[in-house]
Design a protein around this ligand. Structure first.
Ligand code: COA
Length: 150
C-alpha cells in the first residue's frame, strides 16, 4: 500500500515510493540501523507493537529508508485529549542521503498522521543535523513541554 504523500517540492525519481513495512522487510530494515547486534530484535519489536507504524521508502534497488511512528492519545494543553504522532526514528541509508529521501519519508509520515486525524506530529531531537532536518521541513520547538530526567 502506498501512502498518499503531501507535496513538498521534492524532486525524486518516480520509482521511489513510501509504503507500510511488514515482516518481510525485517532484514532490510535491520541493515539500516546502527546497533547491528540488536537491530533485528528492535525491528521485530516495532513491527509487533500496537501503536507503532513503520513507513519505508522503497525503490527498485530496495529499501532506502524508514520512519518509525508512535501514535499516542495525549492530554491537550487546554484540556481534553488529542492524538499525537511522534517520529521516533527516521533513517536513510548512508549511501542515499542528501537526495531528499528523508524529506519524502517525513512528508509521508505527516500525511499518514493527517489521514488519521492526529492533532500534531512531534520529533524529539537534540541540537545538530537531525534538528536542522526537521526544522527545514517546518517543525518548530514547542514551549509547553517540561521534562525531568528520571
Ligand atoms: C537525517 C536524515 C534522515 C536526513 O535524510 P536525507 O535523505 O539525507 O535528508 P534530505 O535529503 O531529505 O534533506 C532534507 C533537508 O534536511 C536538511 N538536512 C538533511 N541532512 C542534513 C545535514 N546532514 N545537515 C544539515 N541539514 C540537513 C536540509 O535542509 C535538507 O534540505 P536541502 O536538501 O534543501 O538542503 C539522514 O541524514 C539520516 O538517516 N541520519 C541518521 C539518522 C538520524 O539522525 N535521523 C534523524 C533523527 S531520528
Amino acid at each position: 500500500m502506498s501512502i498518499i504523500e503531501a507535496e513538498h517540492g521534492t524532486a525524486l525519481p518516480p520509482s521511489i515510493r513510501v509504503r507500510l513495512a511488514g515482516p518481510r522487510d525485517c532484514e532490510a530494515l535491520a541493515a539500516l540501523l546502527d546497533d547491528a547486534a540488536h537491530a533485528r530484535e528492535q525491528v521485530l519489536t516495532w513491527l509487533e507493537t500496537p501503536g507503532t507504524t513503520l513507513l519505508v521508502a522503497q525503490s527498485e534497488i530496495g529499501v532506502l529508508g524508514v520512519a518509525v511512528l508512535l501514535t499516542r492519545i495525549m492530554p491537550k494543553a487546554g484540556g481534553g485529549m488529542h492524538k499525537v504522532v511522534e517520529v521516533d526514528n527516521l533513517v536513510v541509508h548512508p549511501d542515499q542521503r542528501g537526495q531528499r529521501i528523508g524529506r519524502r519519508l517525513l512528508a509521508a509520515a505527516v500525511e499518514w498522521a493527517r489521514q488519521r486525524r492526529a492533532a500534531q506530529v512531534e520529533a524529539v531531537v537534540g541540537i545538530g543535523k537531525a534538528r536542522r532536518f526537521y526544522e527545514s521541513f517546518g517543525f518548530a520547538a514547542a514551549a509547553d513541554r517540561l521534562v525531568l530526567a528520571a
